[in-house]
Design a protein around this ligand. Structure first.
Ligand SMILES: *Cc1c(COP(=O)(O)O)cnc(C)c1O
Length: 384
């Protein structure tokens, strides 16, 4: 089976992890800060905090922004469940904004219209999670100007987008948002097995997230309510979690970072090849904004169902039967039973639902060979 995505592990990665195994620290040593500095310097962020997953990163990002009961978090329905669940973890309510039919990202016009209504009804969101689907950046300038007008905060869920650029600058530099989150799950662009990172330019947010990732405990007397009892003393000043990344993971991340730009370049090369060879087929290939540079985590095609005799499901099954590990990113969140319990229903976000009826993610990963790509294209032709 050719998977839709998979990690690329080199001997340098293996050596880096083994060196940590033979060192003094398996956790809370020098590798995590080194990894954080490397990512922060690469993307141009002031603070970076490594954690054990992007899901954890989203959770502490929401908490740091003060999200809680009585608040609203808005996001796109076409994303992984974690982009919305982070709001529920904090006791907030979740709502969605329909997607743009060209980029498949949250549509800024729909956002503007929904904000206008929410303002009248007194239920403006506190946090918006902007997901860069497939690695393609959202229209951050438009979202940022709406945030200034309506007073909400922005988290960029850049789980698909490390190494990508918005208007010539790396995603994660925080020019248009409060916090950016990366995922290092093995199918993503670089990996630490499990792992995530949260980045910000705001010192106070960084401080709060740093506490939250490690039990809400500080050893810094400046942050304590009274003088330390002695040199052993630490104080719990907030309710945090153990969301720490291990040294093994950080060492792997540091090593993977050396190849980040090459990985994204390779993804672009493979995507251009798909664009060429799929041009005459009854599918819509992904549109890329000319001012931006996608991280290209995913290559999603949409079937032009009116031009083919098979159903979406039949095409998908025919591909899987030919050992092509296609996937579907994502099932609209508002149609998940868990979210329907909250009152969402099919029909609420029609562009997202249309996308879901047509989308298929084709294999795309750095070690994907030209020969494998030809197999995928042949299989797709057969299945159409
Ligand atoms: C993968 C992913 C996450 C969660 O990442 P983990 O590191 O697995 O917790 C969140 N949001 C999006 C959009 C993702 O693709």
């Amino acid at each position: 089976m050719i998977p839709y995505g998979r990690q690329d592990i080199t001997q340098a990665d293996v050596d880096a992890v083994l060196a940590v195994l033979n060192s003094d620290f398996l956790t809370q040593g020098p590798m995590v800060p080194r990894f954080e500095q490397k990512v922060a310097a690469h993307v141009g962020a002031r603070h970076a905090l490594a954690v054990n997953s992007a899901t954890s990163a989203l959770h502490i990002a929401c908490l740091a922004l003060g999200l809680g009961q009585g608040d609203w978090l808005w996001t796109t329905p076409i994303t992984f469940v974690a982009s919305a669940n982070c709001g529920l973890y904090c006791g907030a309510q979740v709502d969605f904004v329909d997607i743009d039919p060209r980029t498949y990202n949250l549509c800024p016009q729909s956002l503007a219209a929904k904000l206008e209504i929410a303002e009248r009804e007194g239920r403006l969101p506190k946090v918006l999670v902007a997901v860069h689907l497939c690695g393609q950046p959202c229209d951050m300038a438009a979202i940022h100007s709406l945030a200034r007008r309506y007073g909400f905060r922005i988290i960029e869920d850049a789980s698909h987008a490390i190494g990508g650029k918005y208007r010539g600058e790396y995603i994660g530099n925080g020019r248009y948002s409060d916090i950016t989150v990366f995922s290092f799950h093995p199918v993503k662009i670089i990996t630490t097995a499990e792992g995530g990172m949260t980045l910000t330019n705001d010192e106070e947010l960084a401080h709060r997230m740093n506490l939250l990732r490690s039990h809400g405990i500080t050893r810094d007397a400046a942050h304590m309510t009274h003088e330390p009892d002695g040199p052993w003393y630490y104080q719990q000043i907030d309710l945090g979690f153990n969301y720490r990344m291990t040294e093994l993971q950080a060492a792997l991340g540091i090593s993977q970072m050396d190849r980040l730009d090459d990985y994204v370049a390779r993804r672009h090369q493979l995507a251009r090849r798909y664009d060429e060879v799929l041009a005459d087929l009854p599918v819509i290939t992904p549109w890329q904004h000319p001012d931006n540079y996608s991280g290209l985590h995913l290559y999603v095609i949409r079937l032009q169902l009116e031009k083919i005799s098979k159903t979406h499901r039949e095409v998908f099954e025919t591909l899987r039967a030919q050992d092509i590990g296609v996937n579907l990113h994502y099932i609209p969140l508002h149609t998940q039973p868990y979210y329907q319990e909250m009152g969402f229903k099919v029909g609420d976000f029609p562009e997202a639902e249309r996308y879901y009826r047509e989308a298929i993610s084709l294999p795309l990963f750095p070690a994907f060979t030209a020969a494998q790509q030809e197999l995928v294209v042949e299989a797709l032709k057969n299945s159409l």
